[in-house]
Design a protein around this ligand. Structure first.
Ligand code: DO4
Ligand code: MG
Length: 277
């Protein structure tokens, strides 16, 4: 069962049929059991024949009043890439240490106004020279801290800024158009370790980069990341938590205006965005 935020309201898709639900987006995140709320509303909509048509043009980013947070250095590939890019920064081994530590790296990533949905344009910072997308399984978490679904996230990152000094991380990660989410929320638990995540970057009609990983490479459990996020912190409208990237293009790659970024996660869907010029 997949949940979509659209120009026509909340739509649920089940067994290839779509129904319009009389629910507010944020109300779902505030429910004691979001899955049960959506299932009940769907059953009622089916009985009442409230079918809907789901078109790509109508899709919005699946975010309302939620904050988006992100976990970092949760894959060995990410640890390696960060150590490489921050060679000249003081400290040096902080990425290796956080990869091994109990406490994960968690950082604030976005709110709705900085995020784009399916087909939207992500942005590169004007003062950055080395930019990459980060394709990440993203958890939809209720106000009570329950993972009730997953979506696809793109944690756009400026590697030159992040590599220069770890204290610049918020600027490398948080800016207008730095986050993409969607297309919808697949309801249920986080998918299993065999699940593949694929990234393709198309430039001028040709693949400029392609990479793949699986959730088996994710070092931390989704529930563990959420429990750290909710330590001494409340989310009255729920939250999204990106779980980190396991795909990082080589040091010679940077995004360019017009690039198309395609991210696919088995069973969850496909999120495509272009880089704004
Ligand atoms: O520590 C830097 C950011 C790491 C990150 O965003 C990731 O691993 O996905
Ligand atoms: Mg990331």
């Amino acid at each position: 069962m997949k949940l979509f935020r659209t120009r026509a309201g909340v739509i649920v898709e089940e067994a290839k049929r779509a129904f319009s639900l009389p629910l507010e987006w944020d109300e779902i995140f505030r429910a004691a059991d979001p899955g049960a709320l959506v299932r009940e509303a769907t059953a009622r909509a089916a009985r009442e024949g409230r079918t809907a048509s789901l078109t790509a043009e109508a899709l919005l980013a699946p975010i309302g009043a939620q904050e988006v947070w992100a976990a970092g250095v949760t894959y060995f590939r990410s640890r390696d890439a960060r150590m490489e890019e921050s060679k000249s920064a003081a400290g040096g081994d902080f990425y290796a240490r956080v990869y091994e530590a109990d406490r994960p790296e968690l950082f604030f990533k976005s709110t709705a106004h900085r995020a784009v949905g399916p087909g939207g344009q992500v942005r590169l910072r004007a003062d950055a020279t080395w930019n990459v997308p980060e394709p990440e399984l993203t958890l939809a978490v209720s106000a009570a801290g329950q993972i009730f679904g997953v979506t696809i996230g793109n944690d756009m990152s400026s590697r030159d800024i992040e590599g220069d000094n770890p204290l610049y991380l918020p600027q490398a990660k948080v800016y207008d158009g730095s986050c993409a989410l969607g297309p919808g929320i697949l309801l249920g638990d986080a998918p299993g370790p065999g699940t593949a995540i694929r990234l393709e970057i198309v430039r001028g009609g040709r693949a400029a980069f392609a990479g793949e990983t699986t959730l088996a490479q994710l070092k931390r459990k989704p529930a563990e990341l959420v429990s750290w996020l909710f330590r001494d912190q409340s989310f009255p409208n729920g939250a999204f938590l990106m779980t980190g990237t396991g795909i990082v293009p080589g040091a010679d790659f940077t995004l360019a205006a017009g690039d198309e970024i395609r991210i696919e996660i088995d069973g969850v869907g496909r999120l495509a965005n272009t880089v704004a010029s």
